[in-house]
Design a protein around this ligand. Structure first.
Ligand code: ATP
Length: 643
C-alpha cells in the first residue's frame, strides 16, 4: 500500500490548493482500491485520498470532501432521500456510441466478451483518436451532472440523460470512463463498504488535524487516537446517518467535537436496533438473570420509524431508511390522532401491522406486502395498517437514546394515546418466570404475532443501540420452539438458467451471507425448488438488470459455478431444515470448521425489500446455528433445559 499511496500523492500535479478536486484523482484511487481485496489496504488508500482532498480544500470548503466521499460509495445523497443511479444498459451503450463514434453492435459484442460496460467504455475512449485534449473532469462537475441525471425523470428525460452522459464521456481520460459508466449503472464494483469509508474519514481527519497543529504523536498515541476516532465516527453515523451533516461538522470543528455536534435529529432516520435470536425461554432467563426485563409482542409487520420535526412535518421510514409516506398515506392521515398536545418533535420506533378493521384482528405480513409501494391512494386501500409503538428515541428537542427503556417507555405512554385500529403501544408483560413467559408467548401467537421480544429494562444495558444486533434485545419466535430455527436473510449473487420450459428464466439461484468484518459475501447454497412459474418470472425481471458476467471482487465464491452473476442487492428470507459442512460453499469458513457451511433443503419465504445486502445474515450467526444443531444431535434428542 505504501507504494500506492505515493502514486496517489503524485496526483498533486495540476491540483493546486483551493482548486476543484480532479476526477482523475478519484479514478486513480479507484484503480488501486479495485486491485486489492485487503480491507487494510483499501482503508489506507481511501485515507490517503481523503487526506489529499482535505489538504487542498480551500478555507471553509466542505463540499470537496463531501462530494468525494459520495462518489467513493456511489451515492449522491443520504439514503432516505432516495435519489439513486441505475441507468439501463441500452441508454449507456447509446451514449458510448455517440461520444466515441463507434457503432452500437460492436459495443454490445465487446460487452458480451468483457462483461463490464465500464471497461468497454474506457477501451472505446482510448482507441479513439482525439485532436484536442479535453478539459479535465472535476469532482464537482461529475457530481452535479450525476445528480442531475438521477433526478431527471419522465418520458422526455431519456434524451436529456443521453446528452449529459455523452458530454461527461467526451471529457474522460485514462480510466475515468470506466468509473463514470459504472457509477451510472449503479455498480461501482470497487468494494468500498460504508465502514471502510467511515474509518478512512476518521483517519484522514485525525492526520490532517495533526499536520495542522504541527504535532507528531508517538506511534502508540497515534494508533489510539485513530482507533478512538473510528469508534466516534461510527457511533455518530449510526445516530445520524448523513454525510451531509457529519462531513462538514468534522471539518469545521474536528473529531473531538463530533459527538457534541452530531446527534439524533428528527428527519434523519437512524439505523434501527436489532435483536438476537434465542431458542428457548431458559436461554432468555440465563441471559437476563437477576435483571429487570420486559416481554413484548413481536408483531409481524414492517418496521416503521416515525419522525416529527419542530415545524410539524411528519415522516415515516422503513428499516432501511426508505421514505414510506407514499406507501402509507393512511398512516400519515392517522398519525395526528395519537399525538398528545404536550408532544412536539419526536422519533418513535414502531411496527406497522396489517389489520382487519371490522374484526380488529391482526393479519400477517404477507397482507401488508401485497400493498402497492408507491402512489397509494387512501380510498383504494383494502388492508389498513395499525401502528404498534415500542420505543421513543427523541422527544421535544432531546435525544433519549441514553435513557433506560423504563424511562423511554414511560415517556412514550405519557405523550401518545391509543386510537382503536390505528395506534397502540406494543403489548407488554413484565412477568419473570418460565411459566409466565410461556403463557405470554402463547397468547402472542394466538393474537397473530410471531412471538416475543424480550428487552432489558434498566441500567445502561437498556440504552437504545442504533444499528446493533444487541444481546439486550432477544427475540423468541414460535418457529424456534417448533425446532425450525430462525430464518436467514441471504443475498442473491448468482443464478442458473432453467431447464425444459424454463430456459428463458433462471431456474435456480446462488445465495450468500454477508461478513461485515471482512466486507465480503460468502456463498452458502443453491436454491431452486418450490418456485411457481410466476415467481420465477418475477424473480427474473427483478434480477436481470443486476446481471454481471463476472463476479464482483468481494464475493468469496468457493466452488460455486452459476451461469450468471448479480450485483449483490436483492435479499431473500429463507428457511432451512438443516445445515451441513460443505466443500463447495464458503459461508462461515474457519468458524465452526475449516470447511464452509451450507443449507440443506433451503426454502424461499419472501423477498426482504426492507433489507439491503449488507443487512444479510452474518457468518457468526450461521456458525452458531450449525453448532447448536450439532449439540442438539449429540444430545440424541434429549430435552435441553428451559422451554
Ligand atoms: P425478523 O426476521 O425477525 O423480522 P429482522 O432481522 O428483520 O428479523 P430482528 O432484529 O430479528 O429483525 O427482529 C426485530 C424486528 O421485529 C424489528 O425489526 C421489528 O420490525 C419487529 N418487531 C415487532 N415487534 C417488535 C417489538 N415489540 N420490538 C421490537 N421489534 C419488533
Amino acid at each position: 500500500a505504501a507504494m500506492d499511496k505515493t502514486k496517489l500523492v503524485d496526483l498533486k500535479e495540476g491540483w493546486k490548493e483551493g482548486t476543484p478536486v480532479p476526477y482523475a484523482a478519484l479514478a486513480q484511487a479507484f484503480t488501486f482500491i479495485e486491485a486489492t481485496t485487503k480491507r487494510i489496504e483499501k482503508t489506507a488508500l481511501l485515507t490517503a485520498l481523503f487526506l489529499l482532498v482535505i489538504r487542498r480544500s480551500g478555507e471553509g470548503d466542505t463540499q470537496s470532501l463531501l462530494q468525494t466521499v459520495y462518489l467513493c460509495i456511489n451515492r449522491l445523497c443520504p439514503d432516505y432521500m432516495g435519489i439513486e443511479l441505475g441507468i439501463g444498459e441500452s441508454l449507456l451503450v447509446k451514449a458510448i456510441g455517440e461520444s466515441t463514434g463507434r457503432n452500437l453492435s460492436t459495443i454490445k459484442s465487446e460487452l458480451k466478451k468483457e462483461g463490464d460496460l465500464g471497461l468497454v467504455a474506457m477501451n472505446s475512449k482510448n482507441s479513439q483518436k482525439t485532436l484536442f485534449k479535453p478539459k479535465p473532469l472535476t469532482v464537482p462537475f461529475v457530481f452535479t451532472n450525476l445528480k442531475e441525471i438521477a433526478m431527471s425523470s419522465g418520458h422526455s428525460s431519456q434524451n436529456k440523460k443521453v446528452s449529459i452522459i455523452t458530454k461527461l464521456l467526451a471529457a474522460c481520460q485514462g480510466s475515468e470512463a470506466k468509473y463514470i459508466v459504472r457509477s451510472l449503472e449503479g455498480k461501482l464494483r470497487i468494494g468500498n463498504a460504508e465502514r471502510t469509508v467511515l474509518v478512512a474519514l476518521a483517519h484522514a481527519v485525525v492526520l490532517a488535524e495533526q499536520e495542522k497543529a504541527n504535532k507528531r504523536l508517538s506511534k502508540e498515541r497515534l494508533t489510539t487516537k485513530l482507533e478512538e476516532a473510528s469508534a466516534t465516527i461510527k457511533a455518530v453515523y449510526s445516530e445520524l446517518p448523513t454525510y451531509d451533516i457529519v462531513v462538514p461538522a468534522l471539518l469545521e470543528s474536528g473529531i473531538d467535537q463530533l459527538r457534541e455536534r452530531c446527534k439524533l435529529t428528527p428527519g434523519v432516520p437512524l439505523k434501527p436496533m436489532l435483536a438476537k435470536p434465542t431458542k428457548a425461554i431458559g436461554e432468555v432467563l440465563d441471559r437476563f438473570e437477576g435483571k429487570k426485563f420486559t416481554c413484548e409482542y413481536k408483531y409481524d409487520g414492517e418496521r416503521a420509524q416515525v419522525h416529527r420535526l419542530d415545524d410539524g412535518t411528519v415522516g415515516v421510514f422503513s428499516r432501511n431508511s426508505e421514505d414510506m409516506s407514499k406507501k402509507y398515506p393512511d398512516l400519515m392521515e392517522q398519525l395526528p390522532h395519537c399525538i398528545k398536545d404536550n408532544t412536539k418533535s419526536f422519533v418513535v420506533d414502531a411496527e406497522a401491522v396489517a389489520i382487519d378493521r371490522t374484526t380488529g384482528k391482526l393479519m400477517p405480513f404477507q397482507e401488508l406486502s401485497r400493498r402497492k409501494r408507491k402512489d397509494v391512494k387512501v380510498e383504494d386501500i383494502q388492508v389498513r395498517v395499525c401502528l404498534f409503538a415500542f420505543d421513543l428515541l427523541y422527544l421535544n428537542g432531546e435525544p433519549l437514546l441514553h435513557k433506560s427503556l423504563t424511562e423511554r417507555r414511560e415517556l412514550l405512554r405519557e405523550h401518545f394515546q391509543p386510537v382503536e385500529g390505528e395506534f397502540d403501544f406494543a403489548k407488554a408483560s413484565d412477568g419473570e418466570t418460565t411459566e409466565e413467559i410461556q403463557a405470554f408467548l402463547e397468547e402472542s401467537v394466538k393474537d397473530g404475532c410471531e412471538g416475543l421480544m424480550v428487552k432489558m429494562l434498566d441500567s445502561d444495558a437498556s440504552y437504545y443501540e442504533p444499528s446493533r444486533r444487541s444481546v439486550n434485545w432477544l427475540k423468541l419466535k414460535k418457529d424456534y420452539l417448533a425446532g425450525v430455527g430462525d430464518s436467514l436473510d441471504l443475498v442473491v449473487v448468482g443464478a442458473y438458467y432453467g431447464k425444459g420450459k424454463r430456459t428463458n428464466v433462471y431456474g435456480a439461484f446462488l445465495l450468500a451471507c454477508y461478513d461485515a468484518d471482512g466486507e465480503e459475501y460468502q456463498t452458502i447454497c443453491k436454491i431452486g425448488t418450490g418456485f411457481s412459474e410466476e415467481a420465477l418470472q418475477s424473480h427474473y425481471d427483478a434480477l436481470k438488470p443486476l446481471e454481471m458476467t463476472k463476479p464482483r471482487g468481494d464475493i468469496k465464491i468457493g466452488g460455486a459455478k452459476p451461469e450468471v452473476w448479480f450485483e449483490p442487492k436483492v435479499v431473500w428470507e429463507v428457511l432451512t431444515a438443516d445445515l451441513s459442512l460443505s466443500p463447495i460453499y464458503t459461508a462461515a469458513q474457519g468458524l465452526a470448521d475449516e470447511r464452509g457451511i451450507s443449507l440443506r433443503f433451503p426454502r424461499f419465504i419472501r423477498i426482504r425489500d426492507d433489507k439491503s445486502a449488507d443487512d444479510a445474515t452474518g457468518p457468526e450467526q450461521i456458525a452458531e446455528m450449525y453448532e447448536r444443531q450439532v449439540l442438539a444431535q449429540s444430545k440424541g434428542g434429549k430435552k435441553g433445559k428451559g422451554g
